[in-house]
Design a protein around this ligand. Structure first.
Ligand code: SF4
Ligand code: ZN
Ligand code: ZN
Length: 311
């Protein structure tokens, strides 16, 4: 039996190649929880009495985050948690993930708030996809911006002080590279683990999972018997992101630890950019107040194309 390098007692079930550690289930789970605690404290993500809205899709990352934050929250009696799931209206796919998210919330005793595109915008994503077939944009392009806004609306109604999303380290570095490869350097540099309240009246967003590898997130769910939906969305079509994911996974396989090195480099670049330009190029959208580099944000543009608002 290969023993765990931390407790030296239990059997190891995972070899963490970037550190050389062999970990048992318990020590592995604690190491992930400690990573989340360290990120929360490094970026000063929460106040002791915050009401935190966790964006829960029903996938492994968001449910892991909910389980871990619910553990941490118990140490702060004045803090409170709620979970928000946005029902985009994607056939049976979303119904299944909502059911799984609700079961997890019930088990943890956390309030579960569900908001839908239908009630906010008057259309499901399925209907929007039909309506916009000839516009040349992918379903994800509509879904991403509309979901972001729906989340803000729900968090506002829930009187949340922070919105926590479960972006992993893989998501963060993929998005950075994707923005660079699209030539969008501003977006690459100004997206951070903690989005400060640079814009009044906007609930700050935090990413406590930004130092957890996607692979280890899957393992955490497995080690802790967390039920999640692992079916991919039927509209998932981000081919460019997928290429970057495959490339980064291949690099990590050959050079363990390279993803963390890239993350640290991105942080340094962002710090340097922040020193050079004191003012963020982001400003509030004229219609909804969301941060944007333009006068009108992307969500409002999409809504006006769908003839749901006018400007
Ligand atoms: Fe929305 Fe695209 Fe994600 Fe499906 S894959 S939930 S369409 S962003
Ligand atoms: Zn151990
Ligand atoms: Zn807007």
């Amino acid at each position: 039996m290969v023993k765990c390098s931390i407790c030296k007692r239990r059997e190891a079930f995972y070899v963490r190649r970037y550190s050389g550690e062999r970990l048992c289930r318990k020590c592995f789970s604690e190491s992930i929880e400690n990573k989340v605690r360290a990120v929360i404290s490094k970026y000063q993500m929460f106040n002791f009495n915050d009401r935190i809205a966790v964006a829960v899709s029903g996938g492994k990352d968001s449910l892991n985050l909910l389980h871990i934050l619910s553990k941490i929250e118990k140490e702060y009696p004045q803090a409170s948690l709620c979970a928000i799931t946005v029902d985009e209206g994607i056939g049976d796919y979303r119904a299944e993930s909502i059911r799984i998210a609700s079961e997890n919330c019930e088990m943890l005793g956390i309030e579960h708030i569900i908001v839908s595109f239908k009630e906010i915008y008057g259309y499901t994503l399925d209907e929007i996809v039909k309506k916009t077939r000839d516009k040349g944009l992918t379903p994800c392009a509509y879904c991403g911006v509309l979901r972001r806004r729906a989340l803000n609306i729900a968090a506002e109604e829930a009187s949340a002080d922070k919105i926590a999303t479960a972006h992993t380290l893989d998501d963060e570095i993929q998005t950075f590279l994707l923005n660079l490869l699209h030539g969008d350097t501003v977006k690459a540099i100004y997206s951070r683990p903690k989005f400060e309240r640079e814009i009044p009246d906007l609930i700050p967003r935090v990413k406590p999972f930004c130092k957890v590898l996607e692979r280890e997130s899957a393992l955490y769910a497995y080690a802790n018997h967390i039920k999640f939906q692992d079916e991919p969305c039927p509209y998932a079509c981000e081919a460019f992101r997928n290429d970057i994911r495959i490339y980064l996974n291949r690099l990590e396989e050959r050079h363990p630890g390279v993803k963390y090195t890239l993350f640290r480099s991105i942080e340094r670049i962002r710090r340097l950019a922040a020193i050079r330009s004191e003012r963020s190029p982001l400003r509030p959208c004229k219609i909804c107040g969301e941060p944007t580099t333009d006068v009108i944000c992307q969500a409002c543009r999409i809504l006006s194309e769908l003839k749901l608002i006018r400007y």
